[in-house]
Write a protein that binds this ligand. Structure first.
Ligand code: ZN
Length: 282
């Protein structure tokens, strides 16, 4: 069975080669900022690839000069109307911390967990800026291939928040570099990210897609069940080390920090209110 190419509203889906699918974020005018529509489009595209018996490897990329500028904080009420429970949290409009926590559980923490556990290898192909929520998209993938102009940043500590919702920083960068990244909000270059093990390879920008596709093709030569079991073995190892337990724990601090910030500044989530109090999404 082969499901063929398909365009979602904010994401394209292409059969790249035998056993390899490319899912591309397609909001280059917004530097591929992830709004709620894109969250569900990515989920549908990944499900499509996962359900296709002939697909073994999924490439996740972004159209335009940048991989992703993170979550689209300009998303208004019309985006909230798109919310529906792929995860288990619901009741998104309840007041106080309750509704806001449910939204972030659904579209960030549980969705990222779901994507990280898709039992087929996923490769993030990253160029240009990869900021905050963009990190989560790269981190849920099995491999990260970066171009030499790629750079990574999480600046939400400036907003009183201990990192993005999917708190993989210490696992991805080691705790020293993770502290520096979070405390300073500075960029981490592709070269630095490679040095600490967050990125598998750094290649010239013009070779990025070719390099990624060649690696995907090499992986696709392996039997699917072997790939699934290997991925599961590594994920289970990380979970046995406490990765998922730690992430769930940190998410409660994340929610506390949002609530604290809202109490101090009036800035709500995904409502447009108080947007001027947020640090720039550069
Ligand atoms: Zn948040």
């Amino acid at each position: 069975m082969s499901l063929g190419d398909h365009d979602f509203s904010t994401v394209t889906y292409r059969e790249q080669s035998a056993g390899v699918v490319r899912v591309a974020m397609n909001r280059p005018e917004a530097r591929n900022a992830q709004n709620i529509q894109m969250t569900y489009d990515l989920n549908d595209a990944f499900d499509r690839a996962n359900s296709d018996d002939e697909v073994k490897v999924i490439i996740l990329s972004g159209e335009g000069p940048h991989f992703s500028s993170g979550h689209d904080m300009r998303s208004g009420p019309e985006q909230r109307d798109l919310l529906h429970g792929v995860g288990t949290y619901q009741n998104y409009t309840l007041p106080g911390a309750e509704g806001a926590m449910a939204v972030e559980e659904e579209i960030y923490l549980q969705m990222c967990r779901r994507w990280r556990n898709i039992p087929k290898p996923m490769i993030a192909e990253v160029q240009g800026a990869c900021i905050a929520g963009g990190l989560m998209l790269a981190w849920v993938c099995d491999l990260i291939i970066a171009s030499d102009d790629a750079r990574f940043r999480d600046l939400v500590v400036g907003w009183g928040i201990p990192g993005v919702e999917y708190f993989a920083h210490p696992w991805e960068l080691g705790h020293r570099k993770a502290r520096e990244m979070l405390y300073t909000g500075d960029w981490v270059s592709a070269e630095e990210a490679h040095r600490v093990g967050m990125v598998n390879h750094v290649v010239p920008r013009e070779e990025l897609s070719t390099f990624t596709e060649e690696m995907a093709n090499k992986i696709a030569e392996k039997p699917l069940f072997g790939l699934k079991m290997t991925k599961e073995a590594i994920n289970q190892t990380l979970d046995a080390q406490g990765q998922w337990t730690a992430m769930q724990s940190v998410f409660t601090m994340h929610t506390l920090a949002h609530t604290h910030w809202r109490e101090l500044t009036g800035a709500g989530l995904y409502t447009g209110e108080g947007a001027e109090t947020r640090p720039g999404q550069k």
